[in-house]
Design a binder for this molecule. Structure first.
Ligand code: 5AD
Ligand code: SF4
Length: 418
């Protein structure tokens, strides 16, 4: 009977992609994935530290695994990712004596050797394991195009835990994309912290998009997360020319206040952000745009916050992740100076504003035709990344035109056009 690996992943898509990468390394060594902790011979906790709460969750998860380790002393517990990087192996092992291996996010390139060193008596079986699509749907595969980030946004810990931006080579990326398509993926998601800043000598993000869009077997291409500063002219042309490129972009704004954007070192203003979206919507008028916001950045006033609310209605976001600012350094200047009740209230108002506009955008899709990639017989996602349900049955993995008849609770309902 083969040994089993149980994975717990916190945080962003980058972490999910890393977990899939690690899962494959285990599979090559004869492990199988399990969703039952009690069956596991190895457990992987891939941690996040983007906000304190994310780190706390990962840490308490490690705490809960004490029982597993007690019941299975020969089992091995691996802790990886961004919180592992921030806290360090010594710290984590001191606090949780039963953790076997700690490997921070910066060590992802060495993880294969690290896993082998955890099993010294075991020679690598090197089973030909297929790529894993664990997180979105079996049809959707992540393709990492860069690691780390070289921006210096003042609130963000990512550059320090993942290191500066490193771009994978064109050959590596195309090989990965082809392999994942050959493994049955219909949709690829290109991943990187500032994915559209991708650049190699003589080869841009737009070149990469175009090359991948022409790979046989691909039905849809997404990427995340882009930074507003890096869309070039070619990108607009490609967006227009290739319907396979999703009609949805997740473009983190973080704030709508010029003053706060400057303090955050984001490199754009409220109007510049809007102009970028307007430019893209000149090509694709119903392009869906979602975003991330942080409320309660140190010094954020009610006027600043109003600017964020204004951006929500002007940019017409189809959805937004809204976070309370979480200080990631001990520097007192970076502590939030906004009382908790005001913070809560702003978050609540922001969520309501987003919901209002996102609902309007959903309703606007009624009587329109959406191209839907079916994940099951009756459920799929539109190119604009909206959930779509039908009453009849479609083949999973097929792309169909669906006429939208109604909308409720974040889901469109429609019928397949023949
Ligand atoms: N506090 C709150 N939210 C943060 N994010 C990044 N750093 C912080 C922080 N210190 C949010 C940003 C980013 C998303 C992944 O997490 O909105 O886009
Ligand atoms: Fe969390 Fe950021 Fe690391 Fe992703 S890159 S896992 S969001 S800290």
């Amino acid at each position: 009977m083969s040994r089993k690996l149980y994975i717990i992943t916190f945080g962003c898509q980058m972490n999910e992609a890393d977990s899939e990468h690690i899962a494959r390394i285990f599979r090559k060594r004869g492990f199988e994935l399990t969703d039952k902790l009690n069956d596991a011979d190895a457990v992987l906790v891939n941690t996040c530290t983007v906000r304190q709460l994310a780190e706390d969750k990962a840490i308490s998860q490690i705490g809960r695994l004490k029982h597993w380790k007690k019941a299975k002393p020969e089992g091995k517990l691996f802790v990886t990712g961004c919180a592992a990087q921030r806290l360090g192996a010594r710290n984590i092992k001191k606090r949780f004596k039963y953790v076997d291996i700690v490997s921070g996010a910066k060590e992802i390139g060495k993880i294969e050797n690290i896993i082998d060193s955890a099993y010294p008596l075991h020679t690598a079986l090197n089973i030909d394991a297929k790529p894993e699509n664990i997180y979105r749907s079996p049809l959707t595969a992540y393709v990492t195009v860069m690691r780390g980030c070289s921006h210096r946004c003042s609130y963000c810990i990512v550059p320090s835990v993942r290191g500066p931006a490193v771009f994978l080579s064109r050959e590596e990326i195309i090989r990965d994309a082809k392999e994942k398509l050959a493994g049955g993926a219909k949709e690829l998601v290109l991943l990187g912290q500032t994915v559209n800043s991708y650049k190699r000598p003589g080869y841009t993000f737009s070149n990469l998009l175009e090359e991948i869009l022409n790979l046989p077997g691909l039905l849809r291409l997404r990427f995340m997360s882009p930074h507003p500063l890096y869309f070039d002219k070619d990108f607009k042309r490609i967006l227009k020319q290739y319907p396979k490129l999703a009609r949805h972009i997740h473009l983190p704004a973080q704030s709508g206040s010029d003053r706060i954007l400057k303090l955050m070192r984001r490199g754009y203003t409220h109007n510049q952000y809007l102009d970028i979206i307007k430019g893209l919507r000149e090509e694709i008028p119903d392009l869906a745009v979602s975003t991330d916001f942080i409320t309660g950045y140190p010094g954020e006033t009610e006027e600043d916050f109003q600017e964020t609310l204004r951006l929500v209605s002007e940019a017409r976001f189809s959805s937004a992740f809204c976070f309370k600012y979480s200080p990631r350094t001990d520097n007192p200047a970076m502590a939030s100076d906004i009382p908790e009740n005001i913070l809560e209230e702003r978050l609540d108002r922001l969520l309501k504003a987003v919901k209002k506009i996102s609902n309007v955008i959903l309703l606007e899709r009624i009587a329109k035709i959406e191209e839907v990639l079916f994940e099951t017989a009756d459920f799929g996602r539109s190119s604009s990344n909206m959930a779509v349900r039908i009453n009849s049955a479609a083949e999973p993995g097929s792309l169909k035109k669906v006429e939208i008849l109604s909308a409720e609770r974040n889901t469109l309902h429609g019928k397949v056009l023949l």
